[in-house]
Ligand binder design. Structure first.
Ligand SMILES: [Zn+2]
Length: 193
């Protein structure tokens, strides 16, 4: 798992940026390439993950019922959509979407941090009340006190949930068409349909 670093021109400000990358074998998933682009000049930081083996458009779903289930692994590429429907949260893909490898608790941490920022921004009272409610529900969920489902869909097959309660299936053509795909694709080899 050697880390390699390469100097590049920042894709945003054309300053001096670096790309660092390494591959890691993730059990029950495959070889994954982790990349991070960082630019000191414009403070850009984008991370992403990419499956290097067989890729299929897939959806994964897991029911989280207790603290143990919170350890379910989550690989989220910038092309993956995460749905936490009981919280009304959807993490969508995009050119600046972050790719990460964490567990369900880590995803809740990210949502919590995001909500904290929302709560500290100028929003209406109704929005504040709603955000606060979700914030508290996430806190309880992190202690294993709330049952919920987590779903991840990725038309490029770079994202997954890994754990014993995980169910996986192929994405339907309709689902693939409905998913947001306004993302930058770095892949050179794309599977022909
Ligand atoms: Zn830059």
């Amino acid at each position: 798992m050697k880390k390699a670093v390469m100097k590049i021109e920042c894709p945003f400000c054309r300053g001096k940026a670096i790309v660092s990358y390494f591959t890691k074998k993730i059990p029950n998933f495959g070889n994954v390439l982790f990349t991070t682009i960082q630019c000191k000049e414009c403070k850009l930081k984008i991370s992403d993950v990419m499956q290097l083996d067989v890729k299929e458009p897939k959806a994964f779903v897991a029911e989280i019922k207790n603290e143990e289930d919170l350890k379910t692994k989550v690989i989220r590429a910038s092309s993956g959509t995460i749905k936490l429907k009981e919280f009304g949260i959807e993490i969508e893909p995009g050119p600046l979407a972050d790719g990460f490898y964490t567990n369900v608790e880590g995803v809740l941490d990210r949502c919590e941090a995001r909500l904290k920022a929302v709560l500290n921004s100028p929003i209406s009272q109704a929005q504040y009340k709603n955000a606060k409610k979700i914030f508290q529900k996430i806190k309880a969920a992190k202690q294993g006190k709330v049952k919920f489902t987590i779903e991840i869909l990725d038309p490029f097959g770079n994202s997954a949930l890994i754990g014993k309660n995980v169910k996986e299936r192929q994405l339907t053509k309709k689902e693939i068409a409905e998913l947001k795909t306004d993302i930058i694709v770095f892949e050179t080899k794309r599977k022909k349909k």
